[in-house]
Design a protein around this ligand. Structure first.
Ligand code: IPE
Ligand code: IPE
Ligand code: MG
Length: 239
């Protein structure tokens, strides 16, 4: 389904959108299909939302693809997901690069298959100088891990731990924090996503399962965001 994006003033477009892409398994179950089928459909949805973000003028998009806690899933599902990441990178990186997208991966990748690590490094190197959409893919990611690695790196350098110093050592330190978080799949939790960076993010939590989240759903999220009053602890202007 295609749908026109809302006609919003630039200032009302979120510069950075983060997404917890949840609900693939339930989507497959509804169709009496294995979870793998849902994850494959989830990749299509991710591709759709990358395009829609670019079209809407979003500057950065962070997608949560695999959490540190997801290692606790059955080994068959974990290896299926790793295989899907490999195939998706092989297929998509070229066209993302041609469209000016810069790709980065955040997370603890120590236990990832060597082939996947190489593909991730190659994608980052190939797209390093691209100035279009900044696409951050969180895999093997945990918000606690991110804060701890930032603090650890400051300790190693003998520097004091201040909020500004932690900011400067987060896995992605050069982008503004997300303005809008979308979580699909109905859960009302952060599941250890960007724990530090989401402090003042607007939270759009929807029941739609990730494979069903389309351009119209994304347009709804942007319209909802545009109506928010972001006060950051202050009182409204007119008061
Ligand atoms: C999200 O969908 C994808 C990953 C966590 C990798 P799920 O696999 O969590 O789907 P549900 O929540 O079981 O429906
Ligand atoms: C969050 O989804 C992680 C990703 C979407 C990658 P989960 O399905 O793992 O979250 P919980 O277990 O319901 O909190
Ligand atoms: Mg889930």
């Amino acid at each position: 389904m295609t749908s026109d994006l809302p006609n919003l003033p630039d200032a009302r477009i979120p510069a950075h959108v983060a997404v917890i892409m949840d609900g693939n398994g339930r989507w497959a179950k509804q169709r009496l299909r294995p979870r793998a089928f849902g994850h494959q459909a989830g990749v299509k949805s991710a591709r759709r939302i990358v395009r829609a973000s670019h079209k809407a003028g979003v500057k950065a998009l962070t997608l949560f693809a695999f959490s540190q806690e997801n290692w606790q899933r059955p080994p068959t599902e974990v290896s299926l997901l790793m295989g899907l990441f490999v195939r998706t990178l092989r297929r998509e990186v070229g066209s993302l690069h041609r469209n000016g997208v810069r790709i980065r991966f955040i997370g603890n990748h120590g236990d990832f298959p060597a082939e996947l690590k190489t593909l991730m490094q190659d994608a980052e190197a190939l797209t390093r100088d691209n100035l279009g959409l900044q696409l951050i893919i969180a895999v093997g990611y945990g918000g606690h891990w991110d804060i701890a690695q930032a603090a650890g790196s400051l300790c190693r350098d003998g520097l004091p731990i201040t909020p500004q110093a932690i900011e400067s050592r987060l896995a992605v330190a050069d982008l503004p924090h997300p303005d809008l978080l979308i979580r699909t799949g109905g859960e009302k939790r952060l599941s250890n996503f960007l724990m530090w960076q989401l402090a003042y993010t607007e939270l759009h939590l929807v029941d739609t399962l990730w494979p069903d989240f389309d351009e119209a759903s994304f347009a709804d999220a942007l319209s909802w965001y545009a109506s928010r009053d972001r006060r950051y602890g202050r009182v409204p202007e007119a008061s």
